[in-house]
Design a protein around this ligand. Sequence first.
Ligand code: IVH
Length: 665
Amino acid sequence: MKDVKKRIEALRREIRRHDELYYVHHAPEISDREYDRLFAELKELETEHPDLITAASPTQRVSERPVEGFGSVRHTIPMLSVDNTYNEQALREFDKRVSKGLEGAAYAYAAELKIDGLAISLRYEKGLLVRAATRGDGRTGDDVTANIRTIRAIPLDLADGPDVLEVRGEVYMPKRAFAALNTERVEAGKPEFANPRNAAAGSLKLLDARITARRKLAFFAYSLGEVSRRLAETHYESMQKLKALGLPVNEHIRPCAGIEEVIAYCRDWADRKAGLDYQIDGVVIKVDRYDQQDMLGVTGRAPRWCISYKFAAEQAETVVESIDVQVGKTGTLTPVANLRPVKLAGTTVKRASLHNFDLVAKLDVRCGDTVIIEKAGEIIPQVMAVKEKNRDLFKSRPFDVPRQCPVCGGPVKKDENGVYLRCVNLQCPAQLRERLEYFAGKGQMDIEKLGPALIDQLVSQGLVKNFADLYRLRFDQLAGLERMADKSAANVLESIERSKRRPLWRLIAGLGIRNVGGQSAQILADEFGTLEALMKAPVERLESIDQIGPVMARSLYEYLHNADTARVIEALIEAGVRPEAGQARTSDALKGLSIVVTGTLKHFTRQEIQQAIKANGGRSSSAVSQRTDLVVAGENAGSKLDKARQLGVEVIDEEAFIRRIGGGD
Ligand code: IVH
């Protein structure tokens, strides 16, 4: 027991150290796999010894229970706002005010990036994160502790530090995570987020922390609130101390001797900001010494010692040459503006998504119009407004919402929630190309040699009309394609062949069923084991699975029972696709039961018995409570067995367990 406790503590320290190396120092020492292995070991030990679980354990970041609403938190020290400036002259005037306020004393600044996210206060008491709150109106904010705990960049405990330490900073969504989230949302028929800040704010407002946990949020600390003792005499030094305590502080913070140095910093970052993986909208400048900050004080709602310099939103003006409609893998029709090429934030922009037809109507954008474009999260160009309507009054008409798919001419339908238009013809070549590309992608069937150019050829030659056709391709068909050498044709066939034995979840994910991503595919593969079993499941059975909601269950059921898609799945099996089985459910003997295992077992390891519980429809849980249905007790069972007896929960031994699940004689 003592050894277990030691091992658990060592694992926690190790995981915390790797989180810090990754999120604070950007210098990871181990691979994701090795990290996952440490995590799995800790999780397993904690399942066996739930009495050793602590709130600060890295396994306790994500709360399984959704909340009903957010409580409010009063900020003991108000979270002030900051005055904005937009030009260098205004910065020099700010400096004059500072100089006057400090009555000629020497002073210096700290300049730092203004991260485009939302302000959060984190309260640590005796080193433990006890509360996280939004800024709200500056005096009272929302308690978002459960959601903030899911952010791995934020430590749940600190090795050291004052008794009370309130850290303030910005929660943000990295640009890459923002782009991926929006792609996912379009595929699921949900509206996109306009920029990373809205995406971060939306993610913190979710009532279910399990969803927030998937949103890849991050954090930078940039100031202190209530503290039981000051960390240092200056802001810059305090930030270095926070970093040493394990909190992420932006590495580009700079001490500046005077306002001209600050201005050089602002100019520099206006040029370099496109290269960062997070969006910044300016620079924040602070008088560095705390005693001087106090001397300058606060006017109304903003401090006199701090100012922000906002970059002008990078915009460009160009002309819409034409408007195309693109068709995605689930048939979503997206209007895209082809633009006269223009430079914007480091790249030449030729196209901009118009997102959906409601937006086209709202902007009333037409061919030939001069438009203003901007980049959302500095990556995705979008049309913000029509500047000049260079229109031929006789010919010009609003852009028509397509009544047919522009590629296959098939029928189109508006999504349930009314945002997107979809082509409903599953044979549509545009959709087919996208679906095949996804199917062959790295996260799915991983058919390395089947790239977009080859898929294009196969579809336009009519050689591939569905996933199953890939597995029926012959050497002579491939070798007959333009620019395809015999050797390459053989390689393509080999890489297709290899994909036949991928794990089941990859195949399920590869089908590109609406709302069913990789994670859900893994849950489904574990639950059913084979494609055949999944296809037989009634919709109620799909809905009953933990983490598969009714929307996903319905779209999955519809997919599996649509005559065309069901035929393709059968053809895949016929063509020799034999995915490696997932962990199949073997019986319903323990259906719906919450089961606790305790003591030393003879016939199973802990992992094996947990798998057996799951495979027979039960749920294994770590602590005995009113809700426990059954306790399996091995030898030397201790306090859990006592508790079970106290509560009158049924207790059985290993042999009885084996009989229940239909094993033994
Ligand atoms: S300092 C009294 N520093 O910009 C000083 N704010 O300040 C408090 N922001 O809503 C703010 N990056 O959420 C500060 N490095 C930074 C910042 C920063 C982003 C946000 C903050 C606030 C807004 C105006």
